[in-house]
Design a protein around this ligand. Structure first.
Ligand SMILES: NC(=O)C[C@H](N)C(=O)O
Length: 323
C-alpha cells in the first residue's frame, strides 16, 4: 500500500463555525476525523506545519513549507504529498511550490470553502479526492496539482474564481487537467511546467499594481521611492497602458525588472499595438511580457528570479510562453 504524507497548514478546512456564526481555526484540526475513511487509499502520516488562515500566508512561510517538504521526503519514503491550505492564497502557495520544489512525487493541494460543522461542508470530499490523486500513478510528473470539487488543476493555471462557492477553483486559459470520479482519477492533459529554481531566502520585494483608465503615475513612481526590487503590472487587454504612466514606466524599467500581465481573466500579453502606451512601446522599453500568469503568481515568479540573481534574458525566458 502507498504511503502518503499529509501536511496541514490551516484554512477553512481546519476551521469550525462558532455559536456566533463566525468561522475560526479549531485547536484540534477537525479534518483529521476524516482519516479513518481514507485507510483503504494509503497509509497516511500527518504533520501539522501550521494552523493559519491563508491570508496570513507569506512567501517566507511558503519557502519554509517547501523546505519542510524536502526535509520530510529525504527522511522517509512517501509516494505522494497532500497539503491542506486555506483557499484565499492556495493558488500562490501551489505555484510557489511548483517553481521552487523539484519533488519526485505528486504534490497535491486542497482545502474547503465550508468549515467542518457547516451544512454541506466540502472538506471531507476534497481531502479524500486529493489523497486519491496523490497516490495515483497518473499524477506523477504532472507538477504541483490542486484538487478541488472533483477537478484537478495545474498550479500554473488555477485560480480562485468565486468568493463562496465550492466550485471556486478554475483553470483559466486551458481548463482543468483532469477530474476525479467515483472510481477513477483521470488526467487528460500535461500541465505546463518549467525547471524549478531552488532558493534559500526571501530578501526581495515585488510590488503589484493594477492599471486603470487615466491612471496617475504617482504609484509607479512610489515603487522606486519605497525601495521595491521589481514590479508586476496588471495592464490592459493584450498588453497596453495609458500614456499618462509611460514616462514613469520608462524611468522605472531602467532601475528594476517590470513584468506585465493582463488584467483580463484569459489570454496572454503580446506586443500587438503600436500606439503610445501600446505593447510595442512596452516591449522596446525592456518590459517583460508574462506567459498568462495572473499577477499574484507573476509576483512570486519575479521574486524567485530576483532571489536567484537571474539576468534579464533568463527572466524573459522564465516568463515566456511554453506549452
Ligand atoms: N475557504 C478558505 O479557506 C478561506 C479562508 N479565508 C482561508 O483562506 O483561510
Amino acid at each position: 500500500m502507498n504511503h502518503l504524507l499529509l501536511i496541514h497548514t490551516g484554512g477553512t478546512i481546519a476551521m469550525s463555525q462558532s455559536g456566533s456564526g463566525h468561522v475560526m481555526p479549531s485547536e484540534v484540526n477537525p479534518i483529521d476525523a476524516t482519516l479513518p475513511k481514507a485507510t483503504d487509499i494509503a497509509n497516511i502520516t500527518t504533520k501539522h506545519f501550521s494552523n493559519i488562515p491563508s491570508p496570513h500566508m507569506t512567501p517566507e512561510k511558503m519557502l519554509e513549507l517547501a523546505q519542510f517538504i524536502n526535509q520530510q521526503l529525504t527522511q522517509d519514503t512517501y509516494d505522494g504529498v497532500v497539503i491542506t491550505h486555506g483557499t484565499d492564497t492556495l493558488e500562490e502557495t501551489a505555484y510557489f511550490l511548483q517553481i521552487t520544489l523539484g519533488a519526485p512525487v505528486p504534490i497535491v493541494l486542497t482545502g474547503a470553502m465550508r468549515s467542518s460543522n457547516e451544512v454541506g461542508s466540502d472538506g471531507e470530499f476534497n481531502l479524500i479526492t486529493a489523497l486519491r490523486v496523490a497516490q495515483s500513478d497518473v499524477a506523477r510528473g504532472k507538477g504541483v496539482l490542486v484538487v478541488f470539487n472533483g477537478e484537478i488543476h495545474s498550479a500554473f493555471n488555477v485560480t480562485k474564481t468565486h468568493t463562496s462557492s465550492v466550485d471556486t477553483f478554475k483553470s483559466v486559459h486551458f481548463g482543468n487537467v483532469g477530474m476525479v470520479t467515483k472510481d477513477h482519477v483521470l488526467i487528460y492533459s500535461q500541465p505546463t511546467t518549467k525547471q524549478p529554481k531552488m532558493i534559500s531566502t526571501i530578501t526581495k520585494r515585488v510590488a503589484v499594481l493594477k492599471v486603470v483608465a487615466g491612471m496617475d503615475p504617482d504609484l509607479i513612481e512610489a515603487v522606486l521611492a519605497l525601495g521595491y526590487d521589481g514590479l508586476v503590472l496588471e495592464v490592459l487587454g493584450q498588453g497596453n497602458v495609458p500614456p499618462s504612466i509611460v514616462p514613469a514606466l520608462e524611468l522605472l524599467v531602467e532601475r528594476m525588472p517590470v513584468v506585465i500581465v493582463s488584467r483580463c481573466f484569459n489570454g496572454i500579453v503580446q506586443d500587438v499595438y503600436g500606439y503610445v502606451g501600446g505593447g510595442q512601446q512596452l516591449k522596446e522599453m525592456g518590459i517583460i511580457f508574462s506567459n498568462g500568469l495572473n499577477s499574484q503568481k507573476a509576483r512570486l515568479r519575479l521574486l524567485v528570479e530576483l532571489e536567484s540573481g537571474s539576468s534579464q534574458a533568463v527572466m524573459e525566458h522564465s516568463f515566456s510562453f511554453q506549452q
